[in-house]
Design a protein around this ligand. Structure first.
Ligand code: IMP
Ligand code: MG
Length: 211
């Protein structure tokens, strides 16, 4: 896991290309897109090594994980094409809603019935960010009712926060400071998904896009 320390203020916005409409709303670029991609490539390799050629259902937690999911699967597919071992992949999607201005204990699952398709399968849950860990714990206990064969979780980001319930995913891209992050499909009230880098949201942005 790549640990980004609390005193890492990120990169100045004008060192990278950021959409004009977000320039006033961001503190800095914390993780540039290229670094996300390089780390994701490595996670794909770790996952393929561990799966030992068993078929896997990759379960994307929408909407926040869609970019990470797509890029991670591209790297896994590239490995499948170029190594002796390959992991047969299928995909599935679930929508969880737990966020409204700040993390709440209230986690809603849209389309729970779909989970019955995962009975007896090796499931890889793909998530964007773990903060308190409650969303993932809720999803895991829900999924267990449908008796999957095995479940692993990969999260691009894990936040270092005193609010954590102690849950840790099996694979982690980056451990990040306790700041509100947007971009690379992570949103603040549906905004900022159209930003390539993971950035720190500033007070202006929080105010502007408040619900
Ligand atoms: P948890 O249940 O507290 O672990 O929250 C996890 C969910 O909250 C994630 O799936 C995200 O949707 C959302 N979330 C937590 N922190 C952030 C953040 O910094 N930016 C954007 N979304 C976040
Ligand atoms: Mg999420």
């Amino acid at each position: 896991m790549v640990k980004i320390p609390d005193d890492d203020k990120g990169y100045d916005l004008n060192l990278f290309c950021v959409p004009k409409h977000y320039e006033e709303d961001l503190e800095s670029v914390l993780i540039p897109h290229g670094l996300i991609m390089d780390r994701t490539e490595c996670l794909a390799r770790n996952i393929v090594e561990d799966m030992g050629g068993c078929p896997v259902v990759a379960l994307c937690v929408l909407k926040g994980a869609y970019k990470f999911f797509a890029d991670l699967l591209d790297y896994i597919k590239a490995l499948n094409q170029n190594s002796d071992q390959s992991v047969p992949l299928t995909v599935d999607f679930i929508t969880l809603k737990s966020y409204r201005n700040e993390s709440t204990a209230d986690v809603k699952v849209v389309g729970e019935e779909e989970l019955s398709a995962l009975t007896g399968k090796n499931v890889l849950i793909v998530e964007d960010i773990v903060e308190t860990g409650r969303t993932m714990e809720t999803l895991l206990s829900l999924l267990n009712k449908y008796n999957p064969k095995a479940v692993k979780v990969v999260s691009l980001l894990v936040k270092r926060t005193p609010r954590s319930c102690g849950y840790r995913p099996d694979y982690i891209g980056f451990e990040v400071p306790d700041k509100f992050l947007v971009g690379y499909a992570l949103d603040y009230n549906e905004h900022f998904r159209d930003l390539n880098h993971v950035c720190i949201l500033n007070e202006n942005g929080k105010e502007k896009y408040k619900k």
